[in-house]
Design a protein around this ligand. Structure first.
Ligand code: SAM
Ligand code: GLN
Length: 278
């Protein structure tokens, strides 16, 4: 069977199992197995070897039981980057690209060499995208998970982006000399509420609980801890769950942040809250 025929069958198989974007998923998985890209799939006339057919069948089965596509390919695109991902570390989401957008906007007012801290960096997605798009910035990332720290460092190295990643709680690992000198603290913290967790799709629950569970506790802790790190006028930009806009806005205002605003994602859901210290 030629790859195009294999794809047709695989697509209908995934569709019957209720997998989202069945065609694209089948293409991505087959391209991965054959070591080619999407164009290569359609150009190839040659059939699959037995080993390739087996590997593809295995990937399809796993996808049907809710293993995220990204865990099967080991890759996720994020803004202009291609990041390595793996089980044990949160897979970056497209809606987080809005967080980066708002963070970069905030940095436009800073003329040169801003200092940026990404709290809970995971694969390094946010920190690395900011470094790539604002190369004069000094970017530091922290994470409590040793697995995340290792992966973020690997991604930084492979992409040739100079981001320093440190293991620890929130801003604790940041060097003392940066106190009062940080231009921007950005974070996509864990924000799923405990009672929501069970109702999430299996692809989301494939991420570690440490990366998901938090409600608004992290927003509260960040609003409390960041002001002593920020320079006057420095900003806090955080991702939120779509129902948390009013609450997180109120938390920042309570802590004395100015110009607090809630920004929506492309699907028009509240997604980011930003504010700055006086
Ligand atoms: N920034 C990444 C992204 O957007 O793809 C990962 C976001 S994930 C939702 C949250 C991250 O925060 C996880 O990597 C998790 O390990 C980390 N984390 C959880 N609790 C933390 C804490 N107390 N201090 C630092 N990082 C923490
Ligand atoms: N975006 C995740 C979800 O799909 C939650 C991410 C987070 O907790 N930061 O629910």
């Amino acid at each position: 069977m030629r790859p195009s025929q294999v794809l047709r069958r695989a697509t209908s198989y995934l569709e019957r199992h209720g997998v989202e974007s069945p065609r694209t998923s089948a293409e991505v998985l087959l391209a991965g197995v054959l070591g080619t890209d999407r164009a290569g799939l359609y150009a190839r006339a040659e059939g699959l070897s037995t080993a390739e057919a087996k590997a593809f069948g295995r990937a399809l089965c796993q996808r049907c039981t809710g293993v995220p596509l990204q865990h099967l390919t080991g890759r996720q695109a994020f803004r202009r980057l291609e990041l390595a991902v793996r089980p044990g570390v949160f897979v970056p989401r497209p809606e987080t690209e809005v967080l980066v957008e708002v963070a970069l906007q905030g940095l436009r007012g800073v003329q040169a060499e801003p200092v940026v801290v990404d709290v809970g960096t995971g694969t390094g997605a946010v920190a690395l995208a900011i470094k790539q798009e604002r190369p004069d910035a000094t970017v530091l990332g922290t994470d409590r998970s040793a697995e995340a720290v290792a992966l973020a460092r690997e991604n930084a190295k492979r992409l040739g982006l100079d981001v320093r990643v440190m293991e620890g709680e929130l801003l604790e690992p940041i060097p003392e000399e940066l106190r009062g000198r940080v231009d921007l603290v950005v974070s996509n913290p864990p924000y799923v509420a405990e009672d929501e967790l069970a109702s999430l799709p299996p692809e989301v629950r494939a991420d570690p609980e440490l990366a998901l569970l938090g409600g608004t506790t992290f927003h509260r802790r960040l609003a409390e801890e960041t002001p002593r790190w920020l320079r006057p006028g420095g900003a806090l930009v955080v991702e939120i769950g779509e129902t948390q806009g009013d609450e997180v806005r109120a938390i920042l205002l309570e802590r004395g942040f100015r110009g607090v605003r809630v920004v929506q994602d492309l699907a028009r859901r509240d997604r980011v809250v930003a504010g700055s210290v006086p």
